[in-house]
Design a binder for this molecule. Structure first.
Ligand code: EPZ
Length: 421
């Protein structure tokens, strides 16, 4: 397995361009299954998760080409209706083919995601929404089996114990585009990625309103066509680079980043003393003279994103005081804490909160990546730590960050990848 090496005490300076959004393109690829016509998706990041979704669509019978960050998807008269455990166990986001397959093929057999290192990944809200649309749902041998001759529009409340659900909202919205009649989803997710999916569906001929709010209305249509779409920039990649700049006393412009997607992070970084400016070209981050401690609570959009929790936690290790980071979306999402403590951090876990004693001089160390965003936190800690950090199992990182070492090296970081011998 490849390893990343980082020589610490880097100050990041210069410009870096954000790739397209992983969490936008994955459901948009699934949406292409709602029609037999050809769709073209641009600004697609070259990530292992995207390539997994390409293989899943091909397994279902669609023709898919991926070249120069552009996807050409031609479902044609595909016959597949099953997303096997092989795909879902590697990438839980595969569950987002559930809605399109049910709507188009009238049946869908999708492996249950089970859990992962950030905690359980239930699908009760997906099931609740599809049942509301009239689907028969059965759980058998680890698979969710859904059937519906004709989905019927319905009103539903899709909030769960942890608030709205991004992919449940996506699944129900996609299924409802071909249902008979009107569907209203209350407490829908309104993350930018859900909005981007809705924009693609509208281009395909769907009738959707309210997708920038927590109440989405979908008027079913008889069929959808192909469309051409350019995905939004990846706000989590952009936010990761913003935090890297702020915690390394850097001065970086993240080109393509959108301030309207990152309001909560911008607000928090300003409270730490960082200087943030944004315009239509991107976001400029200049590290403050010192890092002030801040408290963070992760919430559904527009709250602070759970996917940036590990990264801000790494930054707070350097703050001049105590910070509390509370994880309300995935309460077990703290795999990064033990590795950060091995690098000299002083963090204790109290339930769903990490209490971070700052003013620590982080030290380079051999560490192990555990999940996508925890790995990013270790990279950030390595950038500022004394000495060299060696990160193993970086396949986790390659799921969601395109060419991260090239991008950071272009900003002056001393970072390189050693391929497995
Ligand atoms: C999406 O996952 C993202 N993945 C995640 O990003 C992100 O962390 C998450 O949304 C929250 O923003 C993709 O978009 C591919 P949820 P999703 O359903 O849709 C609970 C990354 O690092 N829940 O919004 O699967 C769930 O347990 C990944 O890029 C139910 O209770 O997340 C969680 O506590 C990680 N029942 C909360 O809701 C359900 O049926 C939010 O989950 C579904 C979810």
């Amino acid at each position: 397995m490849d390893k990343l090496f980082i020589k610490g005490r880097s100050k990041l300076k210069g410009k870096v361009r954000t790739s397209g959004s992983k969490n936008s393109v994955l459901p948009i690829m699934a949406a292409c299954l709602l029609t037999k016509e050809r769709s073209v998706i641009k600004n697609v990041p070259d990530l292992s998760d995207v390539r997994t979704m390409v293989r899943l669509l091909q397994r279902l019978g669609a023709k898919v080409e991926f070249c120069d960050r552009t996807l050409i998807i031609e479902p044609g008269n595909y016959k597949g209706d099953t997303a096997t455990y092989k795909f879902v166990s590697v990438m839980r986001a595969s569950v987002c083919v559930l809605g399109p397959l049910l709507a188009k093929q009238k049946t869908a057999n999708v492996s249950l995601p089970g859990g992962c290192v950030i905690g359980p990944r239930p699908v009760d809200l997906h099931i609740k929404g599809l049942k509301a649309l009239g689907a028969d749902i059965d759980i058998s041998h680890g698979y969710l089996i859904a059937k519906a001759k004709q989905l019927q529009g319905a009103n539903m409340y899709l909030g769960g114990a942890y608030g709205s659900s991004v992919l449940a909202t996506g699944n129900i919205m996609m299924a409802a585009t071909l249902a008979k009649g009107k569907t209203t989803i209350e407490n829908a997710a309104c993350e930018p990625e859900v909005v981007d999916l809705a924009e693609m569906l509208i281009k395909m001929g769907a009738k959707i309103k309210g997708h920038k709010t927590h109440t989405i209305e979908i008027e079913g249509v008889k069929s959808l066509g192909g469309a051409s779409h350019t995905t939004i920039p990846d706000r989590i990649e952009a936010g990761t680079f913003m935090i890297a700049a702020a915690m390394s006393s850097g001065d970086v412009i993240i080109e393509g980043a959108r301030a309207d997607h990152l309001g909560a992070l911008i607000d928090k970084l300003k409270s730490t003393g960082a200087h943030i400016n944004s315009n239509t070209d991107g976001i400029k981050v200049k590290g403050g003279r010192t890092i002030k401690p801040v408290d963070v609570v992760t919430l559904p959009f527009p709250g602070f994103p759970t996917d940036l929790q590990a990264q801000i936690t790494a930054m707070m290790c350097l703050a001049k005081g105590i910070s509390i980071v509370t994880e309300k979306i995935y309460p077990e999402r703290f795999m990064h804490i033990s590795e950060l403590n091995r690098m000299g951090a002083d963090i204790i876990l109290e339930g769903e909160s990490a209490i971070i004693k700052g003013q620590r001089r982080l030290m380079g160390a051999p560490v192990m990546a555990s999940d996508l965003r925890a790995s990013a936190a270790l990279v950030l800690a390595g950038l500022v730590g004394e000495g060299t950090t060696e990160i193993s199992r970086i396949y986790h990182l390659d799921r969601g960050y395109e060419n991260i070492e090239q991008k950071l090296a272009s900003l002056g970081a001393k970072i390189w990848r050693e391929k497995e011998k």
